[in-house]
Design a protein. Structure first.
Lengths: 501, 316
């Protein structure tokens, strides 16, 4: 490896960690230089999170060497890592919703004397930390505000501010920082990250979005199956090259597209309005097509799907499912063959403590035996057929859902929709938190479903995916849904412009 | 403007208005008896045991915990105080020992919750039964008569030169202490942090076991103090006393804006909740309504208060 450029701040070599018989990471190396943004790339299960946990002090390594500015680095707790200048910002903003913004920022070292809190000092420190993570000239949020009342983007700013408020931060670890942000918030984050690196902070940046990595990162390190694969400069490395390194194979056909023949309209919305969002949405979805909805977080896309499925009240407009008007409730929609894949897989989509078999057959238990009895044999047989059909990497139907990776969990959610016999599928961010390889599997499944004559309405914040998978795409802006246009006439740039307009 | 909005967000604003409304209602319905000044004093006195224990429970609930052993601990404290007095101890020493008994019991609860990582509901469900048994064992299943040596004057109005009996002052001081602790001290904000999001608090270097121990021990001390006042009212040690007291205490906290999922609750709100419960009881008695009507009415108020709180949170 060349030693040009800024001096190395963190040097990881030969790092290994196993849980029982499985090697989470083995012989991993990583070099972070002062003032660089270093992308850590790899599919889910590649060992990224184990490496992050070791660096952040929540887990310890079995073997290997870690040198921070030339000195042995082996933090036993997150606190120790922080005092040594390594701060970690997790994917989901970790806040205490009932504390104020200021308190959340200085929580690890509340200022004061004799147990009493010094509010003025607290606000001064919190304000200074926030100023560092805001672009120049941006107004400071209200420090006394309850953190639970903040939007996602501001929550993350608070977490970033907290990371920087703690002693002197030298290495900042960002785990999927943009996954909960809309594009303007993400832009703001990029500006902030750039600012921080100017003061010599090294940023270790984990993301599934390669176009984002190309914009923000200087160098990259790829892990695959717990092993170090490659490290290099981002400039001059093609995206397809990165994907190849991550997946270990050519992912040429990322967006398969079979011949689709749209049939009659199965879902017809006219000026649908909810209690708050959406404000107005009209669309017609046909059998055998995939219709995408683009837009920023908070534009009302999820609310629209919830209204269609009968989870939220519809205040105005008309909604026909297969030509039938009528009141909406989830039970009624399920009976009509409409099913929803929630964006919140862990919270709403999956019973993590149950087995795969239970999860797949949860909404069709009555088919598993007479008189309300459930036949375990039948359940296992049904589940096994889906595991094979969807290519789920699992030991078998008896495995618990929580043991699966994000991508495989999502396949289980799909399996339940299919088992339920739905032919109108509402998909809310179907590939969120799913690695490249599994994403390709999900695209294949969606394509197959459409080719078989099912209707798919799909929300995604990942534009290449919408363009690749959908036949038509509509953009939602501040609660209003625009007209659907053929995906072939659209580009990422056009969609982004419309969504932010 | 923000001041006004903050005021409307105060979770116990609703209960406070309900308290005034009910007070006005009973005053109109029973002007001769309920509205008397002496009744106001009586109601304050009747609130002090629940009120003090409820300040302790506020800490526990804000932390995200619960303590079902409060009633048993109060009964055990009355027995301990009575036994001490009978053994010839002075009133101050006996009262101090009573308070410390409560603190020690709280510390045990805290140690079990923090050390064994068992849910506080289960731990205190167990200690509720254990402490009741211990109290009965010490007292040989009988009431213990003892010369109160002046401890009974804690709850008597005529024995106080300061408007209220000492017990009422203790309740007010405990409430102020609770407000101050939860709002202005490090440990107080750390308690809120743990109850609000335990994982984040842990990541920020707050020791969860230490905070848990502190909260249960402090809450126990307040329960001990409530037990001393209960002895002062009864003037005997009674191992069968205060059955179900914990539910009233929890109700006071919850009416006052406490959330059983942690992070929310205030000592001032809790005081309002405790007073509300007393006003309902006293009002019904003055109207000559039977006990069962009071119980139905109390339950009704708890559920209504919760529903209003839900709506308020949703409106946010």
């Amino acid at each position: 490896m060349s030693e040009s450029g800024a001096p190395a701040l963190l040097r990881v070599a030969g790092l290994s960690k196993s849980f029982g018989a499985t090697h989470a990471i083995s012989n991993v190396e990583l070099t972070l230089r002062e003032g660089e943004v270093h992308a850590l790339l790899g599919e889910n299960g590649a060992g990224k999170s184990t490496l992050l946990k070791i660096l952040a002090g929540t887990q310890s390594a079995d073997s290997g060497s870690l040198l921070l500015a030339g000195r042995q680095y082996a933090p036993r707790t997150p606190e120790q890592a922080r005092t040594l200048g390594v701060a970690f910002v997790s994917q989901e903003p970790a806040l205490c919703p009932d504390l104020s913004v200021a308190e959340n920022i200085v929580l690890s070292a509340l200022p004061g004397r004799f147990g009493w809190i010094d509010r003025a000092e607290q606000n001064r420190r919190a304000g200074a930390a926030l100023a560092r993570v805001l672009p120049e000239g941006a107004p400071l949020p209200d420090l006394a505000q309850r953190a639970g009342d903040l939007g996602q983007g501001d929550r993350q700013l608070v977490c970033l501010a907290r990371a920087l408020a703690q002693t002197e931060c030298r290495i900042l670890i960002l785990d999927e920082p943009t996954s909960t942000l809309n594009s303007s918030e993400a832009e703001r984050l990029f500006v902030v990250v750039r600012e921080l690196t100017k003061s010599g902070i090294a940023v270790l940046y984990v993301s599934h979005f390669l176009e984002e990595v190309e914009r923000i990162a200087d160098r990259y390190t790829v892990l695959r199956d717990g092993k170090f694969v490659h490290s290099g400069e981002i400039a001059g490395t093609a995206r397809s090259e990165l994907v190849k390194l991550m997946a270990g194979r050519d992912v040429q056909e990322l967006f398969p597209r079979s011949a689709r023949s749209p049939g009659e309209v199965v879902l017809d919305l006219r000026d649908i309005a909810g209690p708050r969002l959406p404000i107005s949405a009209s669309l017609s979805l046909r059998k055998g097509e995939v219709l995408g909805i683009a837009g920023l977080l908070g534009a009302g896309r999820t609310e629209l799907l919830r209204a269609i499925f009968g989870l939220d009240r519809v205040k105005g407009g008309s909604l026909r499912v297969k030509g039938v008007l009528g009141p909406a409730s989830p039970a009624r929609r399920l009976a009509q063959g409409v099913d929803l894949l929630s964006e919140d897989r862990k919270g709403q989509g999956l019973a993590e403590a149950l087995s795969l078999g239970d999860n797949i057959t949860l909404s069709t238990l009555q088919s598993l035996g007479p008189f309300g009895l459930v036949s375990p044999k039948k359940r296992a047989a049904i589940a096994q057929s889906y595991l094979e059909r969807l290519g789920v990497r699992a030991r078998g139907p008896e495995q618990l859902a929580r043991d699966l990776s994000g991508g495989n969990q999502q396949k289980i959610c799909f399996a339940r929709l299919l088992q339920h016999g739905a032919d109108v599928l509402l998909l809310d961010e179907p590939t969120r938190g799913v690695d490249v390889g599994s994403r390709a599997d999900l695209y294949r499944i969606i394509d197959e479903l459409a080719a078989q004559g099912n209707a798919v309405l799909m929300i995604s914040s990942y534009l290449p995916e919408l363009l690749g998978v959908c036949d038509r795409i509509a953009v939602m802006v501040r609660g209003k849904l625009g007209p659907a246009r053929p995906a072939s006439e659209l580009s990422e740039h056009a969609l982004l412009l419309e969504a932010t307009g | 403007m923000t001041q006004i909005r903050r005021l409307f967000r105060t979770p116990w604003l609703g209960p406070l208005l309900a308290l005034f409304a009910l007070y006005a209602l009973f005053t109109v319905l029973a002007p001769d008896t309920f509205a008397r000044q002496s009744n106001l004093l009586t109601m304050l006195r009747q609130t002090s045991v629940v009120g003090i224990a409820a300040v302790g429970m506020t800490f526990t609930i804000v932390l995200g915990g619960i303590d079902l052993s409060v009633g048993s601990a109060v009964a055990l404290t009355t027995v301990v105080v009575a036994e001490c007095l009978r053994a010839g101890m002075g009133p101050v020493a006996a009262a101090a020992l009573g308070v410390l008994t409560g603190g020690a019991l709280g510390l045990c609860n805290g140690a079990l919750v923090a050390g064994l990582k068992i849910s506080p509901f289960i731990v205190t469900l167990g200690t509720m039964s254990v402490l009741r048994g211990v109290a009965k064992g010490i007292a040989d299943e009988q009431k213990i008569d003892a010369d109160p040596r002046g401890l009974d004057s804690l709850m008597q109005s005529h024995a106080s030169a300061l408007l209220f009996p000492a017990g009422v002052w203790l309740m007010l001081i405990a409430t102020l202490f609770g407000v101050g602790l939860l709002t202005y001290t490090k440990i107080g904000r750390q308690i809120v942090a743990v109850g609000s999001n335990t994982e984040t608090a842990r990541l920020c270097g707050i020791s969860i076991p230490r905070t848990t121990l502190f909260v249960y021990a402090l809450s126990g001390l307040l329960v001990g103090l409530a037990g001393v006042l209960e002895f002062s009212t009864l003037t005997v040690g009674d191992p069968t006393d205060s059955v179900g007291l914990e539910l009233e205490v929890i109700a006071a906290v919850v009416i006052g804006g406490g959330s059983l999922s942690g992070g929310q609750g205030s000592a001032s709100g809790t005081l309002v909740g405790a007073l509300l419960l007393t006003v309902i009881k006293a009002g019904c008695t003055h109207l000559g309504l039977p006990n069962w009507v009071q119980e139905i009415f109390t339950g009704f108020i708890i559920v209504v208060a919760m529903s209003i709180d839900r709506l308020r949170q949703r409106a946010r």
